[in-house]
Design a protein around this ligand. Structure first.
Ligand code: DAH
Length: 339
């Protein structure tokens, strides 16, 4: 662009140089060069002021245009999470292009799981990333000093808060939250798919941070038969094939009786015929212990229910033939892009 006044023309050349060297391009609009031009403007005879002033304004608009062009073409974003908005910059925060990202496979599968349970009449709740002793143990019928607490070795803060080792921490909350359903003759039916933590030695099937899906169902006259049918339906839906299931006795303080639930390895995942009858233990389950109902203010003389909990990665690994659980948290793009 051309300017009649040589001062303005010169200032433009200087500005351009300065603009090229600037990291924060917008600061060009506050350049000392503009201030000098305004000073010159002030000292001019009245007759020259309007024309000179108009040129300075034009130069400013030109500089604004340079900034706009940079804004539109430069998609590199420096993200400083501690200061996403610097108060003194005119840089508009730019958003990352959504098409560059994708959902993590665990998020995708949680949606699939939630969808199965929505169709079966369940509600979905989230758990906490940090919880307390009452929800982790007491409300689940592990009194202080109970030896089974040792099976849930996890991380704690110095003031006794707990990174939950299972999604069962949400049982008491779910039961309380929906206790009113029972008065209306409706069941409590809740699933909780969320993140849990354990102090584990890491290998292909153990992570310190992983996901579980928990379920609770309470109503009048609920039996082990309902438990088996619900779990079998859920897993057959997830693997899109009829699966044979079996339960075997186990022990959890919060259920009585307690079981391990196993399904026959889906046909699609059988490598050799010798494995054909292999059972896969997928989750723990049982009839909710009367104390757990009582702790939530529900009368176990009137109502009964079942609960279950199991790892989500295990399901995804089976479904997609993934061999190493550590891939999920690795951030490896070659792995993530397959989903
Ligand atoms: N919380 C148990 C675990 O992480 C799994 C479990 C077993 C959950 C039985 C339940 C249940 O709700 O009834 O090992």
């Amino acid at each position: 662009m051309q300017y009649m006044f040589s001062e303005v023309q010169e200032a433009r050349a200087q500005l351009q140089k300065e603009f090229e060297s600037l990291a924060e391009k917008q600061t060009i609009l506050k350049s000392i060069i503009f201030r000098q031009l305004y000073k010159t403007l002030g000292s001019l005879p009245v007759t020259e002021k309007p024309a000179f002033g108009a040129e300075v304004n034009r130069l400013k608009q030109e500089a604004q245009e340079w900034c706009r062009q940079i804004d539109d073409t430069d998609h590199r974003v420096v993200i400083d999470v501690t200061a996403p908005f610097a108060a003194n910059t005119q840089l508009r925060p730019r958003l990352l292009d959504m098409t560059l990202g994708s959902q993590h496979p665990i998020t995708q599968e949680i949606r699939v799981l939630a969808d199965i349970f929505y169709r079966m009449g369940f509600t979905v709740l989230e758990s906490r990333q940090i919880d307390d002793d009452y929800h982790m143990f007491e409300s689940l019928n592990f009194p202080e000093g109970h030896p089974a607490r040792d099976d849930y070795d996890t991380f704690m803060t110095t003031d006794g808060l707990i990174a939950p080792a299972h999604t069962s921490t949400m049982q008491n909350r779910a039961l309380r939250l929906y206790a009113k359903n029972l008065e209306r003759g409706e069941p409590i039916a809740v699933v909780v798919p969320d993140r849990v933590y354990r102090n584990e030695d890491l290998d292909t099937t153990h992570e310190h941070t992983f996901y579980q899906i928990e379920g609770v169902y309470v109503n009048k006259g609920v039996t082990v038969g309902n438990l088996i049918a619900t779990l079998q339906t859920y897993l057959s839906e997830y693997f899109k094939q009829e699966l044979k299931a079996k339960i075997q006795p186990f022990y959890f303080p919060f259920t009585e009786p307690s079981f391990e639930f196993a399904v026959e390895r889906p046909a699609s995942l059988r490598k050799e015929s010798s494995e054909a009858d292999q059972w896969l233990e997928l989750l723990g389950c049982g009839m909710i212990h009367p104390n757990v109902l009582r702790f939530a203010g529900i009368d176990p003389e009137i109502y009964s229910g079942f609960a279950w909990g199991g790892g989500i990665e295990r399901l995804i690994m089976m479904k997609h033939g993934i061999e190493d659980m550590r891939y999920f948290e690795s951030g490896k793009l070659e792995f993530l892009r397959q989903f």
